[in-house]
Structures are given as structure tokens and as C-alpha cells.
Design a protein around this ligand. Structure first.
Ligand code: SF4
Length: 708
């Protein structure tokens, strides 16, 4: 089962893809030239996966040896073609020249320092990475805050669960899950809304399926049909963007029929009476017309969830990526609190986190409003703590710019230089042509990555970094499990570990950083991060994983939290009523359909790794737009033929795929393909609280493509 006879050693580590955080074993053998390579990957008995792996974890590893790997630092050539998406990764010499590390680091740091001197520190911003280790995320945010004196630092959490975190922080007092997804084995009922685990969190999905096999009731709520549908006891395929109306109607039933947990509400919450009054405006009969789910089904689901002994709620980006994403999450939190479905085995709130280390990078402070452990930059006592740890550094009390706000700030001339580590905004940002034009306007862009990504096309200096199997560091998965990733291979050529590169830049920017190993960084993180109490580097090396909070030096950690109250004033969680807000743009005569975007099983995010993994690329080599067969017939388009999908931002030509899971007025496009980049089409309007763009809803028009 994946064990290769050619392997001569194996290394325990963690999967580099999704937030499930499967532990695995890299089997190391040799290629024909005698160089070490990964010849197979096996699942290990980690707490999240118990030996299981999905296709990405098991087969998506040969990207590390892809010929496009960056092996030397590169500097943009004088007289190179104008910045744009115009570099061939196999023929980069047209735009860049190779440089020594000293030369490249001097150029990278020198360019940023020059802008800092001329325009001030606020002219620089940073995007760190949820694909790097906790230590690397910590160093990155520290570099921006200490080196440039402000908080303009963010990462891809802004594009996935920022709204969920905003709602959780507001109402529960903590941005992480209240229970691991594995707790579903103790549940009687589970709601999975706006998530597609069989594609995006495949190993978690295996636990969901096991749960239904032993009789658990699974309620799937999603505008798209999906793999979990056939395991669901109820499938609520509601109209896109109507989450708040549907969830408020469900809570209306629970309150009107007095099915809520009165003792729990009285003992552990605040704001019930405001919520109760608010919910009177959402009778199921009326909301059925809005969300497209009949009132009787809404009543049935409400009664089942409220009366179950133990229930969990899982959600994904179908909930969070809306301008009302925070309101969607507020409803889910209220639903769980109303029913007392938090803090006991088999209960809890679980936003399924996306990237392998988006939880850890957020915990480490790679967020513009908060320092490590979500400690607000506005709080003087927090700033005093970091002043004492960071050699007297004054922390700016003003929250910084978020990912999409940084792009707008470039157009205003406010941001002139950026340091981007492992992120790919030239593919991942909404209205991505606008974002690409902004990147081209920067006076100085430093990109640190393993490939010459679409974003690196716009760089002035490119610093070659290490892939995950080429470094040691800790990562934190969606379950709050801090896990040890171990170096399995040497990086190719002159590529270096990300933490080392960030340290070299910091020194050149005048910071007194002496770190020699990630374990020293982890030690410093523990000085300000209560979540890491009782978790040490030594424990992680020995045990592989520890869940936070860990109550004693030998406690493996708490799978379920908040059984005895919440980290909020008075220990009470809060109900925040949510109003219905329509999507930022609704279908009309010119743009009559709804575009929604997302991931697919074989490809990960912008595809920089998975499209260079031979098995995964073989399985899904082409961009496609999924449309209902009836829609294709109406358009006169056969599966495989091309359609043009157009929004107010732009148009793409893309092959059509028939998919009955997609409603007749919808089109779904994965965002991993540069040749038909879905984000050319998406709407950059932001949720006002989480500042997350509305990737899940754009008005669009679909027609046969003129190049068909
Ligand atoms: Fe990797 Fe996620 Fe698949 Fe596990 S479920 S193997 S973490 S991609």
C-alpha cells in the first residue's frame, strides 16, 4: 500500500495540503542519478487521520522535484519587458538573471529599506503564508511589525475563514474550533453547511461517512449538490446567498416551539431576548420562499437538531465567502448555543480550515488586527507584553490593511513595496486582473516561493524557498493539533528554508535577530502565546502532535472546549442577531446567472503545487466550468465544448462540464487554472467585519464561446 521497495529510509511528517493535517511517512529512495527523492507516501497514525490519506496526500508529492523549482535567487534584469503575467517558468531568463544569495538579499532588503526611508514604513506591506510553519509565520509578522512599524500584514485566512473567525471571536471569545472534527463519532446529529468535505477535506469526510453508517443523522445544506449528499438524511439545496434567512427560520422554530435548552441559555449565554425578538421576523413559511426550502423541512431539521443529545455544526467557505459571511457564522453559532450543543462530547462548532497551516499562521499573528494568539494591537497591555519580548519595539496600535485592501492601497500610492511569502495574489485575489495591475505598479516586490508563480512574474527579486518536505517546523491543523513536520529531503540547488530567508532579510533591515533554529522561534512564541502552554518543541518531537489547550505537561490536549464557560466577559457566549443582506450584486437581465468558485479534489488552491504533481495533473489536467445538463442544452453546448463566462469584471473561455449537482441558474468554476482564471470574474466586495471577498456569488452571463 504505497510502501516502495526502493525506499532506504522514511521520515514522519504532515501532509502539506489541507487543514485536516494528516500525519504521513515520506518513503525516501533514489532517482536514476542517485539523488534522494520521495518514492511513496504512507498514512501514519496521527490524531486527525489514523493512517488515512486522500489522493493529494498519497500521490501529490513529486512537485518537489519538478523542473520548474526555483534553485537560485533571481533579480529582474534592467530593460526586462514591462511587468505583467508574461514570464515562462521554463524560460525566465528573458526577465530575470541569477544572483548570489548576498546579492539578492541585499537587493530585496535594500529596495524595501529605501522605500521605508523615503515614504515611511507604511509604504510596505507583507503577505505571509499558511503553507509555511508556525515559526515562519511568526517571524514574518514580526518582521513587518518590528521592521516597518505597522500592522500591514495578512495571509490567505482573509480569503477563506476571516468572517468565521470574526464571528467566533465576537460571540465565543476564541477563533478556533470548539471541538475536533473527529468528535463526530460521539454525535447523534451533524450539520455540514457550505462545505464540500469529500473534495476539500477528504479524510475528514471519511469520518462523516462512518458517522452516518452507525446511524448518525447528517444534514447537508449547500446550494450545490455534493458527495456527502448520498450519505445525508436531509439535503437542503438552498438558494445561494440565503443562508441567514434559512438559519433564522430554523432558529425561529426552535424558539417558538420552546425546543431550546433553557438551562444552557440561562447559564452560559447573553443576548437571548434580543435574538428571540429578532427571530419573530423569520417564520419558516415566509423564509421558505426566500431560501427555496419548504417550511416543513425547515421545521423537521430544527426539531431534530434541537432535540438531539449531541450535535455538531461544520462549515466551509460556502458560509464564509460572502459579504454576509460573518452574519452567516453568527447564525450557526447562535443555533449551537440555543440548543446547548457546545462543550460536551459530540457537540461543537467547527469551521473546516482550508490550508494546512491556516490555523497556525492565524494563531501566530499573521493578521493585521491582532498579535499572536489573537491579542488585539489596540490593547496597550498587549503592546506592552510584546515590547518586553521584542527588544522594546513600539507596536502600532492601529490595525493594518487586509489582503484586498492592500491592493487598493497600491492604486492610491499608499503601498509601494511588498514582501510576499508563499502566497499567490495574482491568482487568488478577487477581480484578479485588477490585482495583477496593482502588483505591476509596485516600486519593489520581493517574492519568496518554490516556483515562479503568477505573482513572482511581477517580482523585482525572487528568493528560492523550500517545499514542505524540505524543512522542519510545526503546523496547526483545523483541530487545534500542533504537529511536527520533519525535514525529509535537501532543498534543490541553493534554495533555503523560509525562516532562514526571513531572518537574513530582517538582519539587513537592521533588526537584531539571532535565531539559529526554528525551535528557538517556537520558544519565543511560547512567551506570548497562552495556547502553547504545556506544549514544547521536545514534546512535539517525541509525541508528533499535541492539541491545544493542553492542561498539563503530559495532557495530549482537549478535543472539546468551553464545557465550563467561554473566554468572554462573565464566561458567557453571546447571541448576535443577523439580518438578511442580499449579495453585493444580484442576477439581472444582462448577467442572469450566478457564478460560484471553489476547489476540487485533485487541485489545491492556485494549483502551483498540484498542477506540477504528475498524478494529480493527469487526473484533472484542464480547467472546466460545471453547468447543469439542462443549462448546457439551453445554451446549445455539448460537454467538453467551450463557453464564455462573463461578469462585470471580465470574461474567460473555458470547457463546459455537465454536472447535475449545480443548479440550473448557476455555474461553478475551480480557481486553480491560470489559463481560465476564475478570479478574473469574481467580485471584490468585502464582508464589513471579516473583510473577506464574496467569492461565492457573482452575477454572470454564460454563452457559447466564440473560440469554441
Ligand atoms: Fe492531505 Fe488533507 Fe488529504 Fe489529509 S485530507 S491527505 S491533509 S489533503
Amino acid at each position: 500500500k504505497g510502501t516502495s521497495k526502493a525506499a532506504h529510509r522514511s521520515v514522519d511528517s504532515v501532509c502539506p495540503y489541507c487543514g485536516v493535517g494528516c500525519q504521513l511517512k515520506f518513503q525516501i529512495g533514489r532517482d536514476e542519478a542517485g539523488e534522494e527523492k520521495i518514492v511513496a507516501v504512507e498514512g501514519s497514525p496521527g490524531p486527525a487521520n489514523e493512517n488515512r490519506l486522500c489522493v493529494k496526500g498519497r500521490f501529490g508529492f513529486d512537485y518537489v522535484k519538478h523542473p520548474h523549482r526555483l534553485t537560485k535567487p533571481l533579480i529582474r534584469k534592467p530593460g526586462a519587458p514591462a511587468k505583467g503575467l508574461n514570464v515562462d517558468p521554463a524560460n525566465w531568463q528573458t526577465h530575470f538573471r541569477e544572483a548570489t544569495w548576498d546579492e539578492a538579499l541585499d537587493a530585496a532588503a535594500g529596495g524595501l529599506a529605501k522605500l521605508r526611508g523615503f515614504y515611511g514604513g507604511r509604504s510596505i506591506s507583507g503577505l505571509g503564508s499558511a503553507k509555511c510553519s508556525n515559526e515562519e509565520a511568526y517571524l514574518f509578522q514580526k518582521l513587518i511589525r518590528q521592521g516597518f512599524g505597522h500592522n500591514n500584514v495578512d495571509h490567505c485566512t482573509r480569503l477563506c475563514h476571516a468572517s468565521s473567525v470574526a464571528a467566533l471571536m465576537e460571540n465565543v471569545g476564541s477563533g478556533a474550533v470548539t471541538a475536533t472534527f473527529n468528535e463526530i463519532e460521539n454525535a447523534d446529529i451533524a450539520i455540514a453547511i457550505g462545505c464540500n468535505p469529500t473534495e476539500n477535506h477528504p479524510v475528514a469526510a471519511t469520518y462523516f461517512k462512518q458517522f452516518t453508517k452507525r446511524g448518525g443523522e447528517l444534514i447537508v445544506m449547500d446550494p450545490r449538490g455534493q458527495g456527502l449528499k448520498r450519505h445525508a438524511t436531509h439535503m437542503l439545496q438552498f438558494r445561494p446567498g440565503t443562508d441567514v434567512a434559512m438559519l433564522n427560520a430554523i432558529m425561529n422554530v426552535i424558539v417558538e416551539e420552546k425546543l431550546y435548552d433553557r438551562n444552557y441559555v440561562e447559564g452560559f449565554t447573553e443576548g437571548f431576548f434580543q435574538l428571540r425578538e429578532h427571530l419573530k421576523g423569520f417564520p419558516p413559511e415566509k423564509m421558505a420562499e426566500v431560501c427555496g426550502i419548504d417550511a416543513e423541512t425547515l421545521r423537521t431539521v430544527a426539531r431534530k437538531f434541537a432535540t438531539a443529545k449531541a450535535g455538531m455544526i461544520f462549515w466551509g467557505m460556502g458560509v464564509s465567502q460572502h459579504i454576509h459571511g460573518t452574519d452567516n457564522s453568527r447564525c450557526l453559532i447562535s443555533l449551537a448555543l440555543l440548543c446547548g450543543q457546545v462543550g460536551r462530547p459530540g457537540t461543537g462548532l467547527h469551521p473546516l480550515r482550508g490550508q494546512n497551516n491556516v490555523q497556525g499562521a492565524s494563531d501566530a499573528g499573521l493578521i493585521p488586527m491582532v498579535l499572536p494568539d489573537y491579542q488585539p494591537v489596540k490593547d496597550e497591555s498587549v503592546r506592552e507584553l510584546f515590547r518586553s519580548i521584542w527588544d522594546g519595539t513600539e507596536i502600532d496600535p492601529t490595525p493594518g490593511l487586509t489582503t484586498v485592501e492592500m491592493i487598493d492601497a497600491i492604486y492610491r500610492g499608499q503601498i509601494r513595496g511588498m514582501y510576499i511569502l508563499g502566497e499567490n495574489p495574482a491568482m487568488s485575489d478577487p477581480d484578479v486582473d485588477h490585482a495583477r495591475d496593482a502588483l505591476a505598479k509596485l516600486d519593489h516586490l520581493v517574492v519568496q516561493d518554490i516556483f515562479l508563480t503568477e505573482t513572482a512574474n511581477f517580482a523585482d527579486v525572487i528568493l528560492p524557498a523550500s517545499a514542505w518536505p524540505e524543512k522542519t517546523g510545526t503546523v496547526t491543523n483545523t483541530n487545534r493539533q500542533v504537529q511536527m513536520g520533519r525535514k525529509a529531503l535537501e532543498a534543490p540547488g541553493e534554495a533555503k528554508e523560509d525562516w532562514w530567508i526571513t531572518v537574513q532579510l530582517a538582519r539587513r533591515l537592521g533588526l537584531n535577530w539571532g535565531y539559529q533554529h526554528p525551535s528557538e522561534v517556537f520558544g519565543e512564541m511560547k512567551m506570548s502565546m497562552n495556547s502553547l502552554k504545556n506544549i514544547t518543541w521536545g514534546r512535539l518531537e517525541a509525541e508528533g502532535a499535541v492539541t491545544y489547550p493542553s492542561l498539563t505537561p503530559d495532557d495530549p490536549g482537549q478535543a472539546v472546549v468551553f464545557g465550563d464557560g467561554f473566554p468572554r466577559p462573565g464566561g458567557r457566549a453571546k447571541f448576535t442577531p443577523a439580518k438578511v443582506t442580499p449579495p453585493a450584486e444580484v442576477p439581472d437581465h444582462e448577467y442572469p446567472m450566478i457564478l460560484t468558485t471553489g476547489r476540487q479534489l485533485e487541485h489545491w488552491h492556485t494549483g502551483s503545487m498540484t498542477r506540477r504533481a504528475s498524478v494529480l495533473d493527469w487526473a484533472e489536467p484542464e480547467a472546466h466550468a460545471s453547468l447543469h445538463p439542462k443549462t448546457l442544452r439551453r445554451l446549445g453546448v455539448a460537454p467538453g465544448e467551450r463557453v464564455e463566462v462573463r461578469t462585470r469584471r471580465g470574461a474567460i473561455s473555458i470547457a463546459a462540464r455537465a454536472d447535475r449537482a449545480v443548479a440550473e441558474d448557476m455555474v461553478f468554476i475551480p480557481f486553480a487554472y491560470v489559463e481560465a482564471a476564475a478570479n478574473i470574474l469574481t467580485n471584490p466586495q468585502l464582508d464589513p467585519y471579516g473583510k473577506i471577498p464574496e467569492f461565492k456569488f457573482s452575477a454572470c452571463a454564460v454563452a457559447p464561446a466564440s473560440d469554441a
